[in-house]
Design a protein around this ligand. Structure first.
Ligand SMILES: *Cc1c(COP(=O)(O)O)cnc(C)c1O
Length: 334
């Protein structure tokens, strides 16, 4: 039994939420891309324009997730990932905005230069650590222990209250559905770079509303597609539980492909560079080197392979990440 948009909005309305993002984010038609490819109509949902700290999907996710940190009385937001992590940048900015301490435990990887996201993370006042790659997990554990010993209450934005990141994209899906109605379009598919949370939130919302649009995820990291789908189904069950939705989603409801990653996470491929340049030069639209350029490469490859034709409509959900471009000039050949 599907529920209405109004009912779903009410469920979300009962949860703690911060006001961080500039919403609704725009939805734009990519007419020159459609003409260039000679294929379906393309639209882009600009989650790269969420406002705070040069935008990206974490700003929307943090409205619900970091509201939980505030509820718990946490005073430190911590994040540990790659040196050019978008989430570290967004964590540091939101901590600044909320008057909390930010700690980034990155790693001395190939892009640990003071450019792009790392520069911005420092600028937002985060305490930054860059241990060697193989020492990162020990460094994170040690840092969390040290903070606790000093009387702090750290909140790890990767793992704590993580389900609320998916919940935030249930809200994002309501926004998208309303925009599609306004624009008079019914997408045949939504493409996005699929870590987990944005993808799961979208699918939970669409299925709860009884909308059968296909959601196609493209992974930024090497992984097993079946195992990823199983993980997504578990997260979806948790998300549905938070919202009191009776939904039985299985691994088969989550479609994602790791075939466009190339050699590794964060490594530019010929296809991702071509996609980045195509969108920049046909539409004046910036993608990023690690996430959206690979997702775009995946979508364009599916179009070339005949998955989608003229007359159909695809929406590309742009999850952000563009500040990382400034640490990738060499990788991109400029
Ligand atoms: C973090 C990130 C993703 C994946 O986000 P999820 O929260 O797993 O949906 C995708 N694209 C960009 C640019 C990101 O920074």
């Amino acid at each position: 039994m599907a529920i209405t948009r109004e009912q779903l909005r009410e469920r979300l309305g009962g949860l703690p939420r911060l006001q961080l993002a500039a919403l609704p984010t725009p939805m734009e038609k990519l007419e020159r891309l459609s003409a260039h490819v000679g294929g379906p109509d393309f639209w882009v949902k600009r989650e790269d324009l969420t406002g705070v700290a040069m935008g990206g999907n974490k700003i929307r996710e943090f409205e619900y997730q970091i509201a939980q940190a505030v509820e718990r009385g946490c005073d430190v937001l911590l994040h540990a990932a790659a040196a050019q992590s978008n989430q570290s940048r967004q964590t540091a900015a939101v901590a600044a905005k909320l008057g909390l301490k930010a700690v980034m435990v990155g790693r001395r990887d190939a892009h640990a230069t003071d450019q792009g996201n790392l520069l911005l993370t420092r600028l937002f006042g985060a305490e930054v650590h860059l241990p060697e790659v193989e020492e990162q997990s020990a460094a994170v554990a040690a840092k969390i222990e040290e903070l606790a010993r000093a009387g702090h209450k750290p909140f790890n934005t990767s793992s704590d209250a993580r389900v609320f990141r998916a919940v935030a994209y249930v809200d994002g899906a309501l926004e998208l559905v309303a925009q599609c109605a306004d624009a008079g379009i019914e997408p045949d598919a939504i493409y996005l770079c699929s870590g987990a949370y944005t993808h799961v939130g979208l699918v939970v919302a669409l299925r709860a509303l009884g909308i059968d649009w296909r959601v196609v995820g493209i992974s930024p990291s090497p992984r097993d597609d079946v195992a990823a789908a199983e993980g997504h189904a578990d997260l979806a069950a948790e998300c549905a539980g938070v919202l009191g939705l009776e939904l039985a989603l299985a691994a088969g409801d989550f479609e994602s492909y790791a075939g466009f990653v190339g050699p590794d996470y964060g490594v530019v491929t010929d296809e991702s560079r071509a996609a980045l340049e195509l969108l920049a030069q046909q539409e004046g639209l910036l993608l990023d080197p690690s996430y959206t350029s690979k997702a775009m490469a995946g979508m364009l490859s599916h179009v070339r392979d005949g998955w989608w034709q003229k007359g159909q409509t695809l929406i590309f959900l742009h999850t952000g990440g563009t500040p990382a471009l400034f640490a990738y000039a060499e990788d991109l050949g400029y």
